[in-house]
Each structure stands twice: as C-alpha cells, then as structure tokens.
Design a protein around this ligand. Structure first.
Ligand SMILES: NC(=O)c1ccc[n+]([C@@H]2O[C@H](COP(=O)([O-])OP(=O)(O)OC[C@H]3O[C@@H](n4cnc5c(N)ncnc54)[C@H](O)[C@@H]3O)[C@@H](O)[C@H]2O)c1
Length: 308
C-alpha cells in the first residue's frame, strides 16, 4: 500500500516516514520545506503547500496513495497568532484541501492530528480521567482556555465529521498529548529543550509550580499509534487519544535529574495548574497500544542527541 505523508519534515512526520517504510509501505513525503524530511531510499519526495488545493490534489492524483496522513500545521498557541491569515490557510483550508482531494481521488483513509487541547473546555476535577466519549461542553459558562490553536483543532474535528458524514470519507483523528523528541522546536520552550539541556549540563527553568501536572509522550509512541491506525484494516472509531505520562513537574525533574544527571527546576511561586489524565484505553483495547516507560524514552532521546 502507498501512504502520502503531508508535513513530512515536522517532528512527527520525519519520524513516521521511516517507520512506515520499515513496515513495508510505499511512502510519498510532502512538505512546504523538504529540508528536514529524511532522505529515505525508496521514498518519493514532493515539495508542496497544503494550503494550495492544486498542490494537494495533483500529488494525490499522481501517486494514488491508499492512505493520506496530514501533519502539516502551524503548531502552538503563539505561532498560530503570528500571521493569522497564513494560519487559517494552512490549518483550516489546508485540512479541507486534504479531505476534499482525498474524496475526489477515492483515498481509502485520511489520518490527521488533533490535540489533547480539544479537552480544554472541561472543568478540572482531581482524579478525572478523560476518554474520547467524554462530552466537551460549549457554553458561555464553560472554561475554554481561549487558545486559537485549540479552537482551530476543534474546527478541524467538525471538518472531519462533515466529510465523514456527507462524503463517507474514512477519516480518523489522533489526539496526541505534548510530544517530546529530538529536534522539537515548536511549542512550550522548556519541554522542547529539557533533554538537550540535561546532556549539555545546562539548567532547565520550568516556569511552573512543582505540583503542576503535564502530559508528555515520546515521539516514537505517537509514531507507533499513527502506524497502527494507518495500517489497520478497519477502525472502530474516528478518534483516538494517545494519552501521555501525566507527571507533576517535580516528578519530571526527579526523573530527568536522576536518569540524565540533569538540573530541571520548577518555580514554587507560580500557581499550580493541573492537566487531565487523558486515557488511551480505546487505542490500547483495539491495537494493544501502550506508552514506553518515561525513563526509557528519556535515555533514547538523549542517546540520539549524543550521536548527532
Ligand atoms: N508536537 C506536539 O506536541 C503535538 C501535540 C498535539 C498535536 N500535534 C499535532 O501533530 C501534527 C504534527 O505536529 P509536529 O510536532 O510534527 O509539528 P511540526 O511543527 O514539527 O511540523 C509541522 C510541519 O508542517 C509543515 N508545514 C507548515 N506549513 C505547511 C504548508 N503550508 N504546506 C506543507 N507543509 C507545511 C512544516 O514545514 C513542518 O514540517 C500537527 O497537526 C500538530 O498540531 C502536535
């Protein structure tokens, strides 16, 4: 089978492409900027803009992929606001282009990345475990956190539902928690640099209370779930949470400092902020999906950085 990965130069895409090749897939990689897409023997490389319908539809018509994965996005709450016009073209129009071109070419499945941020309207309660079935209430009284990024992902979920119901598109969203992995540059700065800092003997200042919680997932685990969902013959659902290691900042610090001899320090003067525990029970039940142990992922990540 052939799979087109759009956004192949990003953190998820550049790790997913070699993995799918290894699983025997034919791969077509497309990104606006192909420089960071790995040079993979046997893979086809296409430079293209997801916000341009012609780029997307010509690539799909030319290579006739069975599956299309869309990871092309302007990621993060601040990045989204830098050029709103461009953000809307990439994050909303781009997603629509992928769905529309896939319907026109009879693509058998489209997989795309939503986010755990779509749960941001749920009021936090200690011990609450959020599953895909959990209602996400919208009312003037709900506590939506106001991030444009999360709002656009919500809109993408509606776009996907429309294409599923009106066009019978087999479309599946994966909702990752915060992904860490080598070369991540977008999103929460400390969470992009904490392992690099540890191996370089630098202190990581986390501007969060030590009791605050944060859900982290290693990029290889995200790649594993994308692969399972891409290759599955049938899916029982059109949305799957990845879940993540829900740890307090002091627990993250303890692991990083002991496993990598790092110096990650939190800020007791900040107010504690708590993330939900997001269940990946659906993906576990259907595909046997589990997270790698946090300390193993820290070591793997550090070893990759050391070898570069
Ligand atoms: N990284 C995370 O923690 C996280 C968490 C939840 C969801 N997600 C989602 O997962 C997906 C992939 O995330 P990532 O971390 O790999 O992002 P990334 O920022 O590393 O990569 C995004 C890729 O999109 C490409 N791109 C941007 N504009 C484009 C355009 N007009 N045409 C073609 N390509 C374009 C970029 O060149 C880049 O290679 C995104 O949809 C993101 O919102 C990420």
């Amino acid at each position: 089978m052939a799979t087109l990965i759009i956004g192949s130069s990003g953190l998820v895409g550049r790790n997913l492409a070699p993995h799918l090749l290894h699983e025997g897939e034919s791969i077509v990689c497309m990104d606006l900027n192909m420089e960071l897409t790995p040079d993979l023997p046997g893979a086809t490389m296409v430079q293209g803009d997801v916000s341009n319908f012609t780029d997307v539809s010509e690539t799909i018509q030319r290579f006739e992929p069975d599956r299309v994965i869309n990871l092309a996005y302007l990621v993060g709450r601040n990045a989204c606001l830098q050029d709103l016009n461009r953000t809307l073209r990439v994050n909303i129009l781009g997603m629509d282009n992928v769905f529309r071109a896939s319907v026109a070419a009879d693509v058998s499945r489209v997989i795309w990345a939503s986010t755990l941020g779509v749960y941001s309207s749920i009021d936090y309660e200690p011990g609450l475990v959020v599953t895909e079935e959990y209602p996400r209430p919208y009312s003037p009284y709900s506590s939506f956190d106001g991030s444009y990024y999360n709002a656009l992902k919500h809109f993408n979920e509606y776009q996907a539902l429309l294409y599923a119901s009106r066009e019978s598109l087999d479309v599946c969203a994966i909702r990752p928690s915060f992904i860490f992995g080598p070369g991540r540059t977008t999103g929460v700065p400390w969470a992009c640099s904490f392992i690099e800092d540890a191996i370089n003997g630098k202190t990581t200042h986390v501007p969060m209370h030590p009791d605050s919680t944060f859900g982290l997932i290693y990029v290889d685990d995200v790649v594993d779930l994308f692969t399972k969902i891409t290759l599955a013959k049938t899916l029982s659902s059109n949305v799957y949470n990845t879940g993540g290691h829900l740890l307090s900042i002091s627990e993250i610090a303890a692991e990083v400092n002991s496993v990598l001899n790092g110096n990650l320090i939190s800020d007791p003067a900040k107010n504690p902020l708590f993330q939900f525990d997001i269940s990946n029970g659906r993906a576990h039940k259907e595909f046997g999906f589990t997270l790698s142990p946090f300390s193993e992922s820290l070591i793997k990540h550090a070893n990759i950085l050391r070898s570069q």
